[in-house]
Structure formats: structure tokens, C-alpha cells
Design a protein. Structure first.
Length: 251
């Protein structure tokens, strides 16, 4: 396996940083990975899931959303919709330089993003979500309630995972406006839902809601004992191996 550093432009012509994990032989397919809210392509869980897929012959592009990690842009200017646009831009890059992604994988809020992006990437055959929310209202409400300043002035510094991020009202309003159930029910792709019953950030009930809203073919895999960020190497590798084995049925 080898990892290649690349950059590509988003819809605003900002350069986004990415890593492409390639298997030793010719890939059976290309996948696109969307990381969690305020995370990056270099998080341990993201890296291990991606490399487990590469070991199974699936090339994976993981990148930093606008304003995060090594990517250009201001995080404060982004929204959930701009994350979806970044995914479409990443798919365009793969389509023109390698091969269009056949698999979309999203972790936490990234899971919600890939569910939305699938409709704009016609080559996608399979979508896998890890610890994804069934609704975005809880995140929007949490952000708004964490700082009265957002309500008052339209923006505020909010601490997320021990780090300060400037959050603007446009992000909160955008999250409230997302209809997850409609998107899930109209997905028209094979869906795998991976979730831990022990997840304290996004509860297991979200996996239940996604599963009930989705049409067949759909599958559920329990990441029993795993934490939200898949910090344990065995949990992350297991998730990647399961996604690779399952997705090959639809390629």
C-alpha cells in the first residue's frame, strides 16, 4: 500500500488537501471518505479505516473539508451544504484523474454529508455511514445553546473537542434546514450503517432511524464497544474490512 498527497479545488477555487491511499495492485474501486465535524483526514480512526480498505483493494481519497486541517478557506464561512459541495468536488477530481468513486464513506456528520452527496455523484453504487446522525437538529441546537452570542451577534467562538471554532448563524440555520429522512428514503444506493451501541456522542437510536428510513438493500453492523471516534485500532480496522467486503457485492 502507498499513500499519495494531492490537492484539488473546491467550488470556490480554494485548494483542499487530500491523501489517496492506494492498494499494492490495481484498485478494484475508488472510495471517497468524509471525516467528522471539525475533524481532519489525519484522525486515527479515519486513517485506519482508509488503510484497511486499501488492504482489501479499495483506493480511498480522504481530504480536509474547507477551513480544516491543511485545506484553504475559513471554517467560519462553511456550512453543511458547502461540505456536500466539497465532496462533489473531490469526486470530480477522482473522475478526471483516476476513476469516479463507486463507494462513499462518511463518519459522524460526514456520514450525513455522503448521504446527501450520493445523488450528485451518479457512479456511486454503495454508501457506508459510521456513527452518523439521523437528524442534524441536535447538532444545530447544541451549537446555538452553547453560546448565546450566536443568537445575539450572529457568530461566536465555540469550544468543540477542546479547540475553539468560530461558528456563524449560517451554519446553524443550514443544519436546521436539512431534511435527513427524505434524503435517506430517496438514496437509491446500497447502504451500510455502522454504529456502536456505546456511542455517547451520537446515540445508537440514530442508526435505528436511518435503517428504518432507508430502502433495501441496507445493512447494519454493530461496532460493539467502540467509541465515537474509533480511537481503538481494532475497531477502525474492523469497520474498514467490513465496508470493503460488503461493497464489493455492489461493484
Amino acid at each position: 500500500m502507498r499513500t499519495k498527497k494531492i490537492t484539488f479545488e473546491n467550488a470556490s477555487e480554494q485548494r483542499l488537501a487530500a491523501l489517496l491511499d492506494l492498494p499494492g495492485d490495481a484498485p478494484v474501486a475508488f472510495a471517497l471518505f468524509a471525516h467528522c465535524f471539525t475533524c481532519s483526514k489525519n484522525y486515527k480512526g479515519v486513517t485506519r479505516v482508509s488503510r484497511a480498505l486499501a488492504a482489501q483493494g479499495v483506493a480511498v481519497l480522504r481530504f480536509d473539508f474547507t477551513g480544516l486541517g491543511e485545506s484553504e478557506g475559513e471554517f467560519a464561512d462553511t456550512t453543511f451544504s458547502s461540505n456536500v459541495e466539497d465532496l462533489v468536488s473531490a469526486a470530480d477530481y477522482l473522475r478526471h484523474h483516476f476513476s469516479a468513486p463507486r463507494i462513499l464513506i462518511g463518519h459522524s456528520l460526514g456520514g450525513a454529508a455522503v448521504l446527501h452527496a450520493a445523488a450528485q455523484i451518479p457512479e456511486v453504487a454503495a454508501v457506508a455511514t459510521i456513527a452518523a446522525p439521523a437528524t442534524l437538529d441536535h447538532l444545530a441546537g447544541m451549537l446555538r445553546s452553547s453560546s448565546a452570542e450566536i443568537e445575539k451577534t450572529g457568530e461566536a467562538l465555540v469550544e468543540i473537542g477542546g479547540r475553539p471554532f468560530r461558528i456563524r448563524d449560517q451554519l446553524v440555520d443550514n443544519l436546521f434546514g436539512v431534511n435527513m429522512r427524505e434524503v435517506i428514503s430517496n438514496l437509491d444506493r446500497a447502504l451500510m450503517i455502522l454504529h456502536s451501541p456505546a456511542d455517547r456522542t451520537v446515540g445508537i437510536e440514530h442508526a435505528t432511524e436511518i435503517f428504518h428510513a432507508a430502502q433495501h438493500p441496507k445493512s447494519f453492523v454493530s461496532l460493539d464497544g467502540a467509541d465515537h471516534l474509533l480511537n481503538d485500532a481494532h475497531d477502525a480496522s474492523f469497520a474498514g474490512e467490513m465496508i470493503a467486503s460488503w461493497a464489493k457485492r455492489y461493484l
